[in-house]
Design a protein around this ligand. Structure first.
Ligand code: GDP
Ligand code: IMO
Ligand code: MG
Length: 429
């Protein structure tokens, strides 16, 4: 398989950024295909730390990077993120970066609406990143979106703005807000247009061309399968499909292009925001995982909820996304525990389940069934080969792959780029 699709197999923050950056040295192009700047991907290279939300993680190595049509694009955020990375010495230009010209835009009214909705939702709050992701995807599906290509035709935007504003003015009135300031919106769009349009391209065409030339394409997913709008813990999900299949529709290449599906899996579980989490630990073990794993959100700074590894959820994610192999990350965070636990099933009333049910009340009610294993006292931090791992850590990895019915392709043992063990090369598979 020439191409690789990277997706998160839990609730996001599995370490996708680190793995994409590592794999990018073997790729000719890296493509983001869904989500927006709700993502937060941290890359550590030597003494430099890079935090990316919208830009594909391949850009740090200089691998040609693309934002596909499935992404929702906040052009003002893009400008800031590019400036920040350029300040860290990353070269970004039309030579190595392009954005699909059919990307829908996230506008200031989307961010405002995200905030207004969350504030009004009371106990039904989702705990979004507040970046306008949901409202922007709604406008895309509602055929009201302003897209990147529209910025080249702002004088003809009248009828589109009529549709957009008719919808938003009604919503805003319900929240006691004034109507959309059309003139200000147009001024803002006019001001940002030249900057963002320099990168606009029919990305599907460019990718199709390099694919024909034999390029290896690395698709970079954001969020995780459990945040998928269909398959995740609905309604506590994001507003896009985060599963591997979206790499095809969100980039404009067919499903045959997605190649090896690499699921990124943290050696334990975290979640940020509201929603069910069967193996959540609110005790000192959960606290220790959070401290050792530095589990604070990159985007919002929120503390991530932590818990033991849930093999039922990951098995389900791997099945739904057709995962070929996983990258098991943050193994080092489990160093030093006397025992480690893995969830192998759920109890729901009198029933035992080997899958995660669809209804949110059932999802909240399931009780994890645990299997306990001895931990390991030795450090795995920074291990770069299988031989560096303690026997008990290897047993843990083997049990994980057995339970999730998917083989391990990579193991990550620290935030640093090179602290990665290659078991099976996804590009050579
Ligand atoms: P992403 O959203 O999936 O890209 O993940 P994030 O970057 O939001 O969160 C993962 C965090 O864990 C980042 O701070 C990474 O630097 C860090 N990280 C990645 N892999 C490892 C690892 O193997 N061990 C440790 N200790 N940290 C890691
Ligand atoms: P990466 O790519 C973890 C969560 C939010 C919230 C829900 C909906 O870094 O793994 P949204 O703003 O998307 O409408 O929020 O989804 N969420 C993430 N959680 N990692 C992410 O991205 C996330 N992106 C969104 O916390 O629960
Ligand atoms: Mg993240």
């Amino acid at each position: 398989m020439a191409n690789v699709t990277v997706i998160g197999a839990q609730w996001g923050d599995e370490g996708k950024g680190k793995i994409v950056d590592w794999l990018a040295s073997r790729a000719d192009a890296v493509v983001r295909f869904q989500g927006g700047h709700n993502a937060g991907h941290t890359l550590v290279v030597g003494n430099q730390t890079y935090k990316l939300s919208l830009l594909p993680s391949g850009i740090v190595r200089g691998t040609p990077s693309y934002i596909g049509n499935g992404v929702v694009l906040d052009p003002w955020h893009l400008k800031e993120e590019i400036a920040k990375l350029e300040g860290q010495g990353v070269a970004i230009s039309v030579e190595n970066f392009a954005i699909a010209d059919n990307c829908p835009l996230i506008l200031p009214i989307h961010r405002e609406l995200d905030g207004l909705r969350e504030a009004a939702a009371g106990a039904g709050k989702i705990g979004t990143t507040g970046r306008g992701i949901g409202p922007a995807y709604e406008d895309k599906a509602g055929r009201r979106a302003i897209r990147l290509c529209d910025l080249a035709h702002l004088d003809g935007l009248g009828p589109q703005l009529d549709r957009l504003c008719a919808h938003h003015d009604a919503l805003r009135a319900g929240f006691g807000q004034p109507p959309v300031d059309r003139a200000a919106l147009l001024d803002d769009l006019r001001a940002i247009a030249p900057f963002v349009l320099q990168y606009a391209q029919p990305v599907w065409k460019r990718l199709g061309t390099i694919k024909k030339e034999g390029a290896r394409i690395l698709f970079e997913g954001a969020q995780g399968v459990l945040l998928d709008v269909d398959h995740g813990t609905y309604p506590f999900v994001t507003s896009s499909n985060t599963v591997s299949g979206t790499a095809a529709s969100g980039s404009g290449l067919g499903p045959s292009a997605t190649g090896f599906v690499l699921g990124i899996v943290k050696a334990y579980t975290t979640r940020v925001g509201a929603g069910p989490f069967p193996t959540e630990l609110e005790d000192e073990v959960g606290q220790r995982l959070g401290e050792r794993g530095h589990e604070f959100g990159t985007v919002t700074g929120r503390k991530r909820r932590c818990g033991w590894f849930d093999a039922v959820l990951v098995r389900q994610s791997c099945a739904i996304s057709g995962v070929t192999g996983i990258a098991l990350t943050k193994l080092d965070v489990l160093d030093g525990f006397d025992v480690v636990r893995v969830c192998t099933g759920y109890r729901l009333g009198d029933e035992v389940l080997d899958y995660f049910p669809s209804h949110s009340a059932d999802q909240a009610a399931v009780e994890p069934i645990y299997e306990e294993m001895d931990g390991w006292k030795e450090s795995t931090e920074g291990a770069r080969s299988w031989a560096d791992l303690p026997a008990q850590a290897i047993k843990y990895i083997q049990r994980v792959q057995e339970l999730i019915e998917t083989p391990v392709a990579l193991v990550s043992t620290s935030p640093e780029r090179e602290d990665t063990i290659l078991v099976r090369d996804p590009f050579e598979d």
